[in-house]
Ligand binder design. Structure first.
Ligand SMILES: CC(C)(COP(=O)(O)OP(=O)(O)OC[C@H]1O[C@@H](n2cnc3c(N)ncnc32)[C@H](O)[C@@H]1OP(=O)(O)O)[C@@H](O)C(=O)NCCC(=O)NCCS
Length: 183
C-alpha cells in the first residue's frame, strides 16, 4: 500500500518526511538496516544478519509492498537520509484478519525527536482505515523503556510476556512483552 508523503518538524525544528519507499531509497534502506542493527540490542537482528538483504531483494520488496493490501512499509527521511522505518501488516485470514502487527526502528541519532510518535500516528490511521481490524499488536524487549513509553503513549497496554524469547550474543536471555491497542 502506498501512502501520501507526510511532512512534519522534528523536536529540533528540522524538516522530516514520512513516506512510502521509492526505487532511489534502496541503498539508504540497506544502510539504515545495517547501521541500526549495530546501534541497539533492541532490534531483532545483528548487523551480520543483514547480509541477506540485497539491492535486488529490496527492490522486489518495495514493489510487493506497494501492490499489497495488507502490508505497508513507511520510511522517515531527514536531510536526504533514511533515518527509520516502520511496518504495519495484517493477514486476510478470517480468524486473524482483525489483528494488525506493527514494527518500528530508528537510527540512534534520531531517537527522542518525535519520529516514533509520527510513525505511530500514521500506522494507526492505516490500520483504522481497514474496518476489519480491531486491534494492533507489537512486542518489545525487556529493558526497552523508551519503546514502552512511546507505545503506552500511543494507547498500547501490556497483555503478556514470552519468557526468554530473546538470547543475545552474550548468552543473556531477555523476556519479550506483548502489547495490544484495541480500537
Ligand atoms: C523506540 C523508538 C522507536 C522510539 O521512537 P522515538 O522517535 O525515539 O520516540 P518519540 O521521540 O516519538 O517518543 C519517545 C517518548 O518516550 C519518552 N522517553 C524517552 N526515553 C524514555 C525513557 N528511557 N523512559 C521513559 N520515557 C522515555 C520521550 O520523552 C517521548 O515522550 P514524549 O513525546 O511524551 O516526550 C526509537 O527510540 C528506536 O528506534 N529505538 C531503537 C530501536 C527500537 O527499540 N525499536 C523498537 C523495537 S520494539
Amino acid at each position: 500500500m502506498k501512502v501520501d508523503d507526510m511532512h512534519f518538524k522534528l523536536k529540533d525544528s528540522r524538516d522530516a518526511i514520512i513516506r512510502s519507499p521509492r526505487e532511489e531509497d534502496v541503498q539508504g534502506t540497506l544502510d539504515y538496516l545495517v547501521k541500526s542493527s549495530g546501534e541497539t540490542e533492541f532490534l531483532l537482528r545483528y548487523p551480520e544478519e543483514c547480509a541477506k538483504f540485497t539491492p535486488e531483494g529490496e527492490r522486489e520488496l518495495f514493489e510487493s509492498w506497494e501492490k499489497s493490501d495488507c502490508e505497508t512499509m513507511l520510511l522517515c527521511e531527514v536531510d536526504g537520509v533514511v533515518v527509520g522505518t516502520s511496518m504495519v501488516t495484517w493477514s486476510n485470514n478470517i480468524k486473524t484478519g482483525h489483528r494488525a502487527r506493527v514494527a518500528i526502528g530508528l537510527l540512534k541519532d534520531y531517537w527522542n525527536l518525535g519520529i516514533g510518535t509520527k510513525f505511530f500516528e500514521e500506522m494507526i490511521k492505516i490500520a483504522k482505515s481497514n474496518p476489519r481490524i480491531t486491534q494492533m499488536e507489537l512486542e518489545f524487549m525487556e529493558g526497552n523503556s523508551r519503546a514502552r513509553a512511546l507505545y503506552e503513549k500511543m494507547g498500547f497496554r501490556i497483555t503478556g510476556v514470552a519468557l526468554n524469547a530473546i538470547r543475545l550474543k552474550s548468552g543473556k536471555f531477555l523476556n519479550e512483552y506483548l502489547m495490544i491497542k484495541e480500537f
